[in-house]
Design a protein around this ligand. Structure first.
Ligand code: 9MR
Length: 386
């Protein structure tokens, strides 16, 4: 059975390789069709960008392939609002100008998160923890400043990011973040949506999270959405981040997550898509994992490539079937040359967090549709040949 599946995937790889050679030369030329063109009857196709993407070869590829961008880091609370009266607009403005001048739409990311947070917001005037009232006032000021500045230019915002708990404990719905603790509950989420809508009534507002297809987390997200809707929060949809693996999610899990969210009348965007070829991190407690130095990076093997092609194809086959509900698919980074996933996974796996006794081993993730030379991969053709 396994052999049959592997052989058919390898056959598919063979069949698509001809296209790749032919079309790779089209990248960056005026004659090529990009992802956005293949999907023009479906949904916009976006990409996360940084300042580095705005110049040089990445920018040509972005213009050729995508019709939506998301700032990868430059609009997050900490980077853009590092202290009470200080806003760093430079990078965010540059990304907005880049996109507006090229008629590329912009998703804003994000207005409230527990990570890359503006730490000063959680402290009162004398260093004591901020009160709920002060924190919500700061949240409102922040959202009015950021969403207000880009009103009419940013068409959709990730209003709140990753506020749901990751554990298997089904009774614990919300992440115990500083936001949750100081507000003594999840009401800051409702407030953030209300402020965002007041600041820019035309922007589409999303709740954004990862692992939204995993059954336990899916149900927790569903509870949050039900609560928001019951409270008349101005929410338009859900961002499913789609940081996926070769076998995760399954088609059934993906469909179920889509069915559940859309049953509430909400739209869906896949907001941060990538499919790593790396296996899940092993459990160090099991003692089965050899030291990082003994696990060389096996690279982008034909088997990993075949499985990645199949997973991308599965996902886009389903996306197209749900086009009525899907309002965008965005990739998280431009090409395999540089992904946020590269080098991640510390401890026994090596990676960025490895210490002196576990030397850093860069294990690339190869998660995107363009290779290290920014050429279209076979997975690209699996996505656009339908
Ligand atoms: O890609 C982003 C990376 O450059 C940052 O170091 C990281 C900080 O947490 O955030 C990454 O983007 C995250 C996104 O904003 C929210 N979902 C998860 C993404 C990957 O961590």
């Amino acid at each position: 059975m396994y052999l049959t599946i592997t052989l058919s995937i390898l056959f598919f790889v063979q069949c698509t390789s001809k296209h790749q050679v032919t079309a790779a030369s089209l990248v960056g030329t005026a004659t090529g069709k990009g992802l956005k063109d293949y999907y023009k009857d479906y949904f916009p196709i976006g990409v996360a960008v940084s300042m580095a993407s705005l110049h040089g070869p990445d920018s040509a590829l972005i213009v050729e392939e995508f019709n939506s961008v998301t700032p990868e880091n430059d609009m997050k609370m900490g980077p853009i609002h590092p202290s009470e009266n200080v806003y760093n607009w430079k990078n965010a403005d540059a990304i907005v100008d880049f996109a507006v001048s090229r008629h590329i739409r912009i998703r804003g990311h994000n207005l409230c998160w527990h990570n890359q947070e503006a730490g000063w917001m959680f402290k009162g005037p004398n260093g004591e923890p901020a009160t709920k009232e002060l924190l919500l006032q700061r949240l409102k000021d922040h959202i009015f400043a950021v969403a207000g500045r880009y009103k009419g230019k940013i068409y959709a915002w990730d209003v709140v990011n990753e506020a749901v708990d990751d554990s298997d404990d089904t009774t614990q719905v919300y992440r115990k973040s500083n936001w949750y603790k100081i507000c003594n509950g999840p009401d800051f989420i409702d407030s953030a949506f209300k402020y965002a809508h007041e600041a820019d009534p035309d922007a589409k507002l999303y709740y954004n999270d990862y692992n939204s297809e995993h059954p336990v987390k899916r149900e927790k997200i569903f509870k949050l959405l039900q609560k928001l809707i019951a409270g008349h929060a101005p929410i338009d949809g859900v961002g499913m981040q789609a940081h996926w693996k070769l076998n995760d999610p399954s088609p059934d899990e993906l469909r179920k997550a889509l069915d559940e969210v859309t049953s509430l009348g909400l739209k869906v965007q896949f907001t941060e898509m990538d499919i790593t070829i790396r296996l899940p991190k092993p459990n160090p407690a099991s003692g089965t994992m050899p030291a990082a130095t003994a696990v060389p990076d096996s690279g982008y093997t034909p088997l990993a490539e075949a499985k990645q092609i199949a997973q991308y194809k599965m996902a886009f086959d389903i996306f197209r079937k749900y086009k009525r509900f899907i309002t965008g698919v965005t990739f998280w980074n431009v090409s395999d040359r540089s992904s946020w996933l590269d080098g991640r996974g510390g401890g026994l796996m090596g990676g960025a967090a490895a210490g002196a006794n576990t030397p850093r081993v860069v294990r690339k993730a190869y998660p995107l549709l363009f290779d290290e030379n920014r050429q279209r991969k076979k997975a690209y053709w699996a996505v656009v040949n339908f």
